[in-house]
Design a protein around this ligand. Structure first.
Ligand SMILES: NC(=O)C1=CN([C@@H]2O[C@H](COP(=O)(O)OP(=O)(O)OC[C@H]3O[C@@H](n4cnc5c(N)ncnc54)[C@H](OP(=O)(O)O)[C@@H]3O)[C@@H](O)[C@H]2O)C=CC1
Ligand SMILES: CC(=O)[C@@H](O)[C@H](O)COP(=O)(O)O
Ligand SMILES: [Mn+2]
Length: 383
C-alpha cells in the first residue's frame, strides 16, 4: 500500500488525484491532505479518505473544519505555511503530490525532499523558481521527482528506456489557448473568455497562463530542469487538439510521442503507479472519431509571454523567480478586472527589466527576489 499526501486537495488536480485513489483502494491510501480555504470540501474528503493529518491556509478555516467534524473523525489539523510543511512531511514513505498553485508550493516541496520523500509534481512554479536547488536536493536525498504536468509526464514516458545522452530535442505541445487565432485585438477580451480553455478544465491561474502562453513558457523552464536539456533543445509546437501531449526527437531523427485524450487523471495515475502501469477505465482514443491532428508555430508577437519565459530561463539566477512572481500578480490583477489581458506580458516584461539578477542564488535570495517582484508588479498594476 502506497501512502499519498495531497497538497492542494480541493483544487482541480487534487480532486482528480482523489478520484484516482478512489479507483485503486488496494494500492493507494491517503495519509494527509492540505488546502487553502475550502474547509467544507476538505471535511467531505476527510470523511471519505480518513487522512491522519490535514492543513488549511488559515487558522479560522481550520477551526471551522474542526467544529464541523464529529470528534471520532477528527484528524490532526494544522494551518499556515507551517501546516503545509507538517502535512508534506507526515508520511515516512510514499509520495507527496504537490498540487498547490504558485510559489507557495516551494516550501513544502523542499521540506518533503529534505526528508527523502518522492514528490509527484504538478506545481510547476516550484521548478521555475528554484529548479537548480530543488533538483540538487532531490539528487542528494535520493528522492524522485515524478512529473504530473501532462507534457512532462509525456516526455518522461517517451524517454523511458532511451539513452538520455541521445536526446536531440524535446517538442512541447501547446493547445494555443482560447485566443489562438482571434480576436485580433486581445486588449478587450474578458475574464470569462480567457477562462474558457478549449480542451482542459483547470484552476483559474493556469487557465489564464494557457491563454497568454505563459503556461508553455513555465513548462519550458520545467522541462529544462526535469530533463537536463538546454533551452535550445526545447521547441514549442502548437497542437490545438491536445492529443499529443509532447514528443522527444532523438539524435538519429526518430521521434517518440505520447498520446491520449486530455484527461489529467492519466498523468496523475502514472506518477502514483510508477514504474508500474495500472489497468483502468479512463477514456480511450477513438482513432476513427479523432479527426485531424494539426501543428503550427507559436505566435510570439501575439503572445510575448513565451519569449519572456525563454529569456528568463536563459538569463537564469533569480530572473525566473521574478518572471513567475510578476506573472502571479499580473494574473490576479487581470482576474480582478484591474488590468487588461495585454497588460499581463507588458507588466511582467517591465518588472524583469528592472531586476538586478543574482546568479547562483540561495533559497533566501530567491524568496527575496520573489517578494521584490511582487511589490514591483503591484505598483505597476496600480498604474
Ligand atoms: N489543473 C490542471 O489540469 C493542471 C494543473 N497544473 C499545475 O498544478 C498546480 C495546481 O493547479 P490547479 O489544480 O489547476 O489549481 P487550483 O486553483 O484548482 O487548486 C489549487 C489548490 O491549492 C490550494 N491552495 C491555494 N493556496 C494555498 C495556500 N496558501 N495554502 C494551502 N493551499 C493552498 C487550493 O485550496 P482552496 O481551493 O481550498 O483555496 C487548491 O486546493 C498548478 O501549479 C498548475 O500549474 C499542471 C498541469 C495541469
Ligand atoms: C493539462 C496541462 O498539462 C496543462 O498545463 C495544459 O497543458 C494547458 O494547456 P496549454 O497547452 O493550453 O497550455
Ligand atoms: Mn501542462
Amino acid at each position: 500500500m502506497r501512502e499519498i499526501v495531497i497538497l492542494g486537495s480541493t483544487g482541480s488536480i487534487g480532486r482528480q488525484a482523489l478520484d484516482v485513489i478512489r479507483r485503486f483502494p488496494g494500492e493507494l491510501r491517503v495519509a494527509g491532505l492540505a488546502a487553502g480555504s475550502n474547509w467544507p470540501l476538505m471535511a467531505e474528503q476527510i470523511r471519505e479518505f480518513r487522512p491522519r493529518v490535514v492543513a488549511l491556509a488559515r487558522e479560522e478555516a481550520a477551526r471551522e473544519l474542526a467544529q464541523n467534524l464529529p470528534p471520532e473523525e477528527l484528524p490532526d489539523i494544522f494551518w499556515g505555511p507551517g501546516g503545509l510543511v507538517t502535512v508534506a512531511t507526515a508520511a515516512d514513505s510514499g509520495v507527496v503530490l504537490n498540487a498547490l498553485t504558485g510559489t507557495v508550493g516551494l516550501g513544502p516541496t523542499v521540506a518533503a525532499l529534505e526528508k527523502g520523500l518522492d514528490i509527484a509534481l504538478a506545481n510547476k512554479e516550484t521548478l521555475v523558481v528554484a529548479g537548480e536547488l530543488v533538483m540538487k536536493l532531490a539528487r542528494e536525498k535520493g528522492a524522485r521527482i515524478l512529473p504530473v504536468d501532462s507534457e512532462h509526464s509525456a516526455i518522461w514516458q517517451c524517454l523511458a528506456g532511451q539513452p538520455r545522452n541521445r536526446v536531440g530535442k524535446i517538442i512541447l505541445t501547446a493547445s494555443g489557448g482560447p485566443f489562438r487565432k482571434e480576436p485580433a485585438d486581445l486588449s478587450r477580451v474578458t475574464v470569462d473568455e480567457a477562462l474558457a480553455h478549449p480542451n482542459w478544465r483547470m484552476g483559474k491561474k493556469i487557465t489564464i497562463d494557457s491563454a497568454t502562453l505563459m503556461n508553455k513558457g513555465l513548462e519550458v523552464l520545467e522541462a529544462h530542469w526535469l530533463f537536463a536539456v538546454h533551452y535550445d533543445q526545447i521547441e514549442v509546437v502548437v497542437h490545438p487538439q491536445s492529443i499529443i501531449h509532447s514528443m522527444v526527437e532523438f539524435v538519429d531523427g526518430s521521434v517518440i510521442a505520447q498520446l491520449s485524450l486530455p484527461d489529467m487523471r492519466l498523468p496523475i495515475q502514472y506518477a502514483l503507479s510508477y514504474p508500474d502501469r495500472w489497468p483502468g477505465e479512463l477514456p480511450r482514443v477513438d482513432w476513427f472519431a479523432l479527426g485531424e491532428l494539426t501543428f503550427e508555430p507559436p505566435d510570439t508577437n501575439r503572445f510575448p509571454c513565451l519569449a519572456l519565459a525563454y529569456a528568463a530561463g536563459r538569463t537564469g539566477g533569480t530572473m525566473p523567480a521574478v518572471l513567475n512572481a510578476a506573472n502571479e500578480v499580473a494574473v490576479d490583477a487581470f482576474l480582478a478586472g484591474e488590468i487588461d489581458f495585454t497588460t499581463i506580458p507588458r507588466l511582467v516584461a517591465g518588472v524583469m527589466e528592472e531586476h538586478a539578477v543574482i546568479y547562483e542564488p540561495t533559497l533566501d535570495e530567491i524568496l527575496a527576489a520573489d517578494q521584490w517582484a511582487r511589490r514591483a508588479a503591484r505598483e505597476k498594476a496600480r498604474g
